[in-house]
Design a protein. Structure first.
Length: 472
């Protein structure tokens, strides 16, 4: 009897192992049988230590939404060799996605509530400088795991985004290469625009030499050559190079002792500005106006009230601004009470605000209306002062940052003369509508705390851009 039981146990164990090897692993390219050690891979949602030279640059988080089970039908491969984009196609809405970068240089993407259509997925030949191979696993009955084996490529960055219809998961890879350096000379400043494929963090040091400045870019290839600052106020010439550890550098030789400098990052560029030191800066005054409050709930849909949503987002924004010494921030209300529109403008005027931002969410009879828009009014009381900032410029900057951070539908910048809260303010002002509470998709996003934090960060970035452009 004991021998029969032992044989039965061994048979079941062998059957389970065969099931794992033969049924759950669906290769999309020619790989060795033990190409992936799946025992090492942790369960979905695990927190992993990222490989040092690869970075997640996904701009918009993927929020979970419950949908019926979907089927992964196809994976589309890239056509270019220096920039890789893979599109994972689903038959219906994708509910949830998580991903992590494993220590052995593998990017793991888990798609929840999804199965694989084996007969519809063909083996893929990956002809890509950045990706060595792809495999698909039925990790659990309702979890599809896609594993990208990353090439050992310096400066590799990736982003994972979900299409608006939630039926396509886009996984993109790229590496940073400095392709061009452009210098510009102003009346009392010099600038250097560093152009690359995907810009990473820049480190600047002078290594103790007063006439010498070094720009370091980790995990970056340098293609751009040497150059000069023709007629520069501070810069004379620069020399580019590449170190053995994969760091690209730009050595800037200065015509005078080390000036002040600032750096502004973009997606594919960075701008280094050299300028003369100025006296201590007086913080700009920003007034945040959470719309509605008290007996005035604002828009009401899907169990949410506008007055609560905009207050929560405003407080998150104020927390960010309070941590910046260049800004002094106030709110028109600090609790659930109502103020007239005239009183809100009066508060901003009495404080002597430099910028006034009123925060709202939208609603419409058309439940399909969705997205973000920003309003301004050309008020008779508005004073541009010495900063040459007006409400249109403020509204444009805020809208641009909101769309860039969230990827929301861009409804543009609009003007209306009848908006009292903007019309009666004596400083540049804008009213932002952060989404439609009457639209189910926008409402679900606005309900999400992480999305609220993303909106606050977008508003903060817009205010700081205004500060850097018009006040410094």
């Amino acid at each position: 009897m004991k021998r029969i039981i032992l044989l039965l146990v061994l048979f079941l164990a062998l059957s389970s192992r065969l099931h794992i090897l033969n049924a759950d692993i669906i290769p999309l390219n020619v790989i060795e049988e033990d190409y992936y050690d799946y025992v090492e891979l942790p369960p979905p949602g695990s927190v992993m230590t990222l490989a040092a030279h690869n970075h997640d640059i996904s701009a918009v988080p993927i929020f979970a939404m419950q949908h019926p089970q979907t089927t992964i039908t196809q994976i589309l491969t890239p056509n270019e060799t220096n920039s890789a984009t893979y599109v994972i196609m689903a038959s219906s809405f994708i509910s949830e996605v998580s991903h992590f970068l494993f220590q052995n240089n593998r990017l793991v993407v888990d798609i929840f509530n999804a199965v694989i259509a084996v007969e519809e997925i063909e083996s893929l030949f990956v002809d890509d400088l950045l990706i060595d191979g792809i495999s698909v696993i039925s990790y659990e009955p309702d979890i599809t795991r896609v594993v990208f084996d990353l090439a050992d490529h310096m400066g590799l960055e990736y982003s994972i985004t979900l299409s608006a219809d939630r039926m396509r998961l886009i996984v993109s890879f790229a590496s940073n290469t400095i392709t061009r350096i452009v210098t510009d000379i102003g009346q009392d400043w010099d600038s250097m625009t560093i152009q690359g494929t995907i810009m990473q963090e820049i480190n600047i040091c002078n290594e103790g030499f007063p006439y010498y400045l070094t720009v370091n870019l980790d995990n970056t290839a340098m293609v751009a050559g040497n150059g000069i600052f023709l007629g520069g106020n501070f810069g004379a010439r620069y020399v580019t190079g590449q170190r053995e550890d994969g760091t690209a550098y730009i050595n800037i030789f200065l015509g005078q002792r080390l000036p002040d400098y600032s750096i502004v990052h973009g997606t594919s560029y960075a701008v280094l500005t050299l300028y003369q030191a100025i006296p201590p800066f007086e913080p700009i005054i920003v007034v945040i106006d959470p719309g509605h409050g008290g007996e005035d709930p604002g828009a009401m849909h899907f169990g949410m009230l506008e007055k609560h949503l905009v207050f929560d987002i405003s407080m998150k924004l104020m927390q960010l601004l309070n941590n910046n010494p260049l800004v002094r921030v106030y709110s028109t209300r600090y609790g659930d009470y109502n103020l007239s529109r005239e009183r809100r403008a009066e508060i901003a005027n009495s404080i002597g605000a430099d910028i006034f931002i009123s925060i709202h969410v939208n609603a419409a009879h058309n439940r399909n209306a969705h997205g973000i828009e920003t309003w301004y009014t050309i008020g008779e009381l508005e004073l541009e002062g010495t900063h040459n900032l007006n409400s249109r410029q403020l509204a444009t900057t805020m809208q641009r940052n909101l769309i860039r951070f969230t990827g929301a539908n861009d409804r543009g910048v609009r003007v209306r003369d009848s908006m009292v809260v903007n019309r009666d303010s004596k400083m540049p002002s804008a009213l932002v509508e952060l989404g439609f509470l009457s639209n189910r998709y926008d409402a679900e996003l606005l309900r999400n705390v992480e999305y609220q934090r993303l909106l606050a960060e977008a508003l903060y970035n817009g205010i700081i851009e205004v500060l850097m452009t018009y006040f410094l």
